[in-house]
Ligand binder design. Structure first.
Ligand SMILES: [Zn+2]
Length: 246
């Protein structure tokens, strides 16, 4: 008698599980929501993957409004600064009702840079590799890609005195500078500060500015807490999305 009841309970449990899988498939629900939000326009494309380069480059395209003007973000030029890169990758796709269409260029240096520990000055390997990948693969696509703006996302170890979170264009007087100043003015916590020293400028932001694509850096202090980094990144995302392009 007891055995029979157990069998019946097991049978009912099995039916419930099958029903749950077939009818209320949680993955199906998530996918349906993504398509309803228009996120289905987002594509991932590997644009460089040669082992001799020491890394690869991927582009995530069409985040936001696929019909809007195009803006590029770049993460990974300096691989050690990846806390800030991950913050952008995590947050940008979650922001609703963006005005513009965003492509994120993701540089993945495959050399082991983690053993160098903290944010070191300009000499750790991986740094040069990321810059070379930026110049070889990211620069040509952005300068020829009809972008209104490119934002190169970095982090630092606190070497800039009072300036923790800031934007700057490495070339004074370019349109990239006025976009950067506009972003700073429309945010609470993002300063405009040009340190007049970058290692990566000649590989991306300087030639972009000089050849017709406005570009500026975003720099965040690696040692502040993640929740504050999230807030600063959201300030950047919204300020960039509210820039006016003629
Ligand atoms: Zn950097």
């Amino acid at each position: 008698m007891l055995k029979r009841r157990l069998k019946l309970i097991l049978l009912i449990a099995l039916v419930v599980v099958i029903f749950a899988i077939l009818v209320v498939n949680p993955f199906k629900v998530i996918n349906d929501e993504l398509s309803a939000n228009g996120t289905s326009a987002v594509t991932h494309e590997l644009i460089a993957n040669n082992s001799s380069d020491g890394g690869s480059v991927e582009v995530i395209r069409n985040i936001g409004n696929p019909d809007g003007k195009k803006i590029a973000y770049i993460v990974g030029v300096h691989p050690l600064e990846n806390d800030t890169h991950k913050t952008l990758l995590k947050l940008l796709p979650t922001v609703d009702n963006l005005n513009y269409c965003y492509d994120i260029y993701v540089i993945n240096v495959s050399l082991d840079f983690s053993q160098y520990g903290h944010l070191l000055p300009d000499d750790e390997p991986g740094r040069a590799t990321g810059q070379d990948l930026a110049y070889k693969y990211v620069y040509p696509q952005i300068v020829n890609g009809s972008y209104e703006l490119a934002v190169d996302v970095h982090a630092h170890g606190g070497a800039y005195g009072d300036y923790n979170t800031f934007v700057f264009c490495p070339v004074d007087g370019e349109t990239g500078e006025s976009y950067g100043r506009n972003v700073s003015q429309s945010t609470q916590n993002i300063s405009y500060y040009n340190p007049y020293h970058t290692t990566s400028g000649p590989y991306l932001t300087i030639p972009l500015n000089e050849h017709g694509t406005p570009a500026f850096y975003f720099e965040e202090n690696s040692f502040i807490t993640q929740s504050i980094k999230d807030n600063h990144m959201l300030e950047l995302i919204h300020a960039v999305d509210n820039l006016k392009f003629s």
